[in-house]
Design a protein around this ligand. Structure first.
Ligand SMILES: Nc1ncnc2c1ncn2[C@@H]1O[C@H](COP(=O)(O)OP(=O)(O)OP(=O)(O)O)[C@@H](O)[C@H]1O
Ligand SMILES: [Mg+2]
Length: 319
């Protein structure tokens, strides 16, 4: 693990946003700065962190960890489905094929936890059109992975749960495309769970985005990252589950818990400022998940991320 002193040294060099007007029209998401032109997007994964749909601040090395993990996973699943990846001129940048994104996110879950657990307990998990088994316990494994789709809300709005019947009934997605997309999601998730397990982790749930490019369904955005997925430490899962204790989490849930427990913040009002300690803590979790999944040490240099990106884009002829 990269020494804590380096994570602290990087706190003042994180990438909040980057202006690269030469690369096309900017769409700034919560985490990525996307420069689109014709049929490609230059996607810069910044160090921004969001929770409950609020951008909270930056985390050292986060953009690089997410981008490199997505590259790692794209390679691991390349026999399952084509992806949008064209090039990666910098560890935080992917050049991708622009797709017509499906207007729903494909959330797939191996365990009942988080918001689904809270909704299930409150008898409010009806929106997915799924008949939930009775008597489930927090963090229990499902017999088979379950898809709980959500709408991809426009900027500033929250994603909403939606049922598969409504997605195809309202023709948000054509039925045959939806069938293919969910079949792909199940195979990706099975592959992800299998690999994570071999690395001592549980891939608990995740979210896929897919789109159509050149008439074909492709996987877009990021996959199996600690922003888009939950990861638990496999060792001790059963014991913690039996005791009703919280699982050992290596994902964004850590910052949600910090917001709730130390500030009572769960999305309403103004989010509290992140302390340096919590920024370093989250960096450590993300780097740990990277190192466990890839089996390699995460190494990167302390320094200005925007400068490095500009240098790499110039060297590769993008700027
Ligand atoms: N290949 C692609 N073609 C078109 N759009 C894509 C592609 N890959 C990713 N996207 C979109 O680019 C954006 C990536 O930015 P980011 O991840 O920061 O957005 P977000 O905050 O998750 O979502 P939002 O768009 O709601 O702000 C997302 O809107 C994602 O759906
Ligand atoms: Mg996103």
């Amino acid at each position: 693990m990269i020494p804590e002193s380096q994570l602290r040294a990087q706190l003042t060099h994180t990438l909040r946003e980057i202006d690269l007007p030469g690369l096309g029209e900017l769409y700034r998401g919560k985490v990525r700065d996307n420069y689109g032109r014709a049929d490609r997007i230059v996607m810069v994964t910044t160090d921004r962190v969001s929770a409950f749909d609020h951008v909270l601040g930056t985390i050292p090395f986060k953009g690089e960890v997410l981008s490199r993990l997505t590259l790692f996973w794209f390679d691991k699943v390349k026999d399952i489905a084509p992806t949008h990846l064209l090039d990666s001129p910098d560890p935080s940048v992917m050049v991708v094929k622009k797709a017509q994104a499906l207007p729903v996110e494909i959330v797939i879950r191996g365990y009942i936890t988080g918001s689904l657990w809270r909704d299930y307990q409150a008898g409010k998990a009806g929106a997915y059109g799924i008949r939930w088994p009775e008597g489930l316990k927090k963090d229990q494994k499902f017999d088979e992975a379950i898809i709980t789709p959500s709408t991809k809300a426009e900027y500033g709005k929250h994603d909403e749960p939606i049922s598969e019947a409504e997605i195809t009934g309202k023709r948000l997605v054509a039925p045959e495309v939806w069938r293919e997309a969910t079949a792909v999601a199940r195979r990706l998730f099975a592959r992800g769970q299998e690999w994570a397990r071999s690395r001592g982790l549980i891939l608990v749930d995740t979210k896929y985005e897919m789109g159509i490019a050149d008439g074909k369904l492709i996987v877009i955005d990021e996959i199996h990252t600690p922003d888009s997925s939950r990861y638990w430490v496999a060792d001790g899962y059963a014991d913690r589950f039996a005791r009703g204790a919280d699982q050992e989490m290596l994902d964004k849930e850590n910052i949600r818990q910090w917001l709730i427990q130390t500030h009572g913040f769960s999305g309403h009002g103004k989010p509290p400022p992140l302390t340096d300690d919590v920024r370093v803590m989250l960096a450590q979790k993300y780097i740990e998940v990277f190192e466990r999944l890839t089996g390699t040490r995460f190494e990167s240099g302390v320094g200005d991320v925007a400068d490095r990106i500009r240098r790499n884009l110039k060297a590769k002829g993008y700027l």
